[in-house]
Ligand binder design. Structure first.
Ligand SMILES: *[C@@H]1O[C@H](CO)[C@@H](O)[C@H](O)[C@H]1NC(C)=O
Ligand SMILES: *[C@@H]1O[C@H](CO)[C@@H](O)[C@H](O)[C@H]1NC(C)=O
Ligand SMILES: CC(=O)N[C@H]1CO[C@H](CO)[C@@H](O)[C@@H]1O
Length: 462
């Protein structure tokens, strides 16, 4: 493009051509690339090492909710600068850079059924019922018998809380079977229904071994599905049904369920199998055409070694989307990792693990480039407007001074000094006129849209 333009005799025309084509180019770039690259990319599996969110702070059993183009994540209880935070939070605009809420607790007040000395609030999950209406499901240790966890529900007008416990009793508390943990809400847009999946915590009454449940007889840890009121998110409709249950290959348990639905209507149940302190822990999945099952199990999707992770698990998907969070070993703790996962109807879901890091790096690079281009664009427009209102002789002087510049970026450096140039130009006007006979006749305003200097952006950009 530049070479073609360089052949043009008239430097002012050449410059305006460059300017015009740059403007076109930039407008196009800014308008189309935007920041959504990650959402467009075909899912593929990659052998690279992911880096954890928030420099690898402990962010265990993360769940994620998307609201517009922002995401919030919630984690199992942790300590921040010595303060116990029942439900820590994090936020991101780009699914790459997460900001911790530190000591801000989404669930500062616990109900009376929770064991206050060691509440062990685990695996919270947040869903949105409507504008300003959020529900959090969580599990916590039972005051009357802290060996067991049970499930609670809390509500808040803001996604970041503070959430207020609903009711005085646990929402579900099957202590005879070992209690319950890992609740996750699900909204099904196909029939406007709401559901909660959770794990019966059978291993809490197991007979020993890895995670307390690899010594015979193995206690079952079924993943349950409970329909709830679409209006309030917690009133139960009917009885819970079992979706899957641990088999011998799962070691001590299956746990950490999360539901989503692929665009082709297939329901995907994510879960983890095996003990989380071993490298066998994983993100497995099962699919069904019916939310109530039967679910066909496919086994490990993300395992030790996938993207360099060790003992990944607890994947939670932004409902019916493709942005997911999970946790894996990091520096002696459990950090949050992110992924874009997209199923493609007939393809094996396993082929669709998507490494978000590679593409958010790319996405961020594009974002930065777009920011640069937008800035450049603004500068060019400023220069363009400026030149439009100068007498032709002055504009020509500017062109003369910068015409040796092949690189339009170089031209930009003159923008800030345009006024200075103008002052110099005015001082040397006579000299310039004598050097350039063409300009001596005209002292009219320079107007690129008229006369022989009219530029044709389409032509000029070719
Ligand atoms: C990206 O996705 C948008 C919306 O889904 C679509 O209109 C656009 O064509 C896609 N772009 C590419 C490059 O695939
Ligand atoms: C994370 O938790 C583990 C124990 O579970 C602890 O050893 C580690 O220091 C914690 N990491 C950070 C960064 O706090
Ligand atoms: C790992 C991954 O999904 N990489 C993708 C990033 O985006 C480019 C272009 O959109 C794809 O070609 C890669 O496969």
């Amino acid at each position: 493009m530049i070479n073609v333009l360089a052949k043009r005799a008239d430097p002012s025309l050449r410059f305006m051509s460059i300017l015009a084509s740059r403007l076109l180019l930039l407008t196009h770039a800014v308008a189309t690339n935007d920041f959504n690259i990650a959402d467009n990319t075909t899912a593929v599996k990659r052998d690279i090492t992911l880096t954890p969110a928030m420099n690898g702070i402990n962010f265990t059993d993360p769940s994620v909710i998307r609201i517009g183009n922002e995401w919030w994540a919630f984690s199992t209880m942790s300590h921040y600068n010595g303060k116990r935070v029942h439900v820590p939070m994090a936020h991101t605009y780009d699914f790459n850079t997460w900001t911790s809420f530190g000591q801000q607790d989404a669930l500062p007040n616990l109900p009376n059924w929770v064991y206050p000395d060691a509440p062990a609030v685990w695996a919270p999950d947040v869903v949105q019922l409507g504008p300003g209406r959020f529900i959090m499901y969580y599990s916590a240790a039972l005051k009357s018998n802290p060996q067991f966890h049970c499930l609670g529900v809390a509500s808040s007008p803001a996604v970041t809380g503070p959430y207020t416990p609903i009711g005085t009793d646990p929402w579900a508390c099957p202590t005879a079977q070992g209690g319950a943990i890992d609740p996750a809400g699900y909204y099904d847009p196909t029939d406007n229904t709401r559901w909660v999946v959770y794990k019966i915590d059978g291993n809490s009454i197991g007979h020993g071994g890895s995670c307390g449940n690899t010594v015979q007889p193995i206690v079952s840890t079924p993943i349950m599905l409970q329909q709830v009121s679409v209006n309030d998110g917690f009133t139960k409709i009917g009885s819970p049904i079992m979706l899957i249950v641990n088999d011998p290959a799962d070691g001590p348990y299956v746990e950490a369920p999360s539901l989503t639905r692929m665009p082709d209507g297939t329901y995907v149940l994510y879960y983890s199998s095996n003990c989380y302190v071993t490298p066998l822990y994983d993100v497995s999945y099962a699919t069904s055409k019916n939310i109530r099952g039967p679910y066909k199990r496919f086994g490990g999707l993300v395992r030790t070694g996938t993207c360099g992770l060790t003992a990944p698990g607890g994947l939670d998907m932004a409902i019916n989307g493709d942005h997911a969070v999970c946790h894996a070993n990091w520096n002696g703790g459990r950090a949050m990792f992110t992924a874009l996962i997209r199923g493609q109807s007939s393809q094996r879901y396993e082929d669709c693990v998507y490494d978000v890091e590679a593409n958010t790096t790319r996405s961020n690079a594009l974002k930065r480039r777009n920011e640069e281009l937008a800035k450049e664009n603004t500068q060019l427009r400023t220069l363009y407007d400026f030149l439009q209102n100068r007498p032709l002789v002055e504009a020509e002087e500017i062109f003369r001074r910068i015409r040796c510049t092949q690189d339009p970026l170089e031209v930009l450096r003159h923008v800030t000094t345009a006024d200075l140039l103008m002052a110099q130009t005015t001082a040397s006007e006579k000299h310039t006129q004598s050097q350039d006979p063409q300009s001596s006749s005209s002292n009219r305003k320079y107007a690129p849209g008229s006369g022989s200097l009219k530029y044709d952006p389409v032509h000029d950009s070719q």
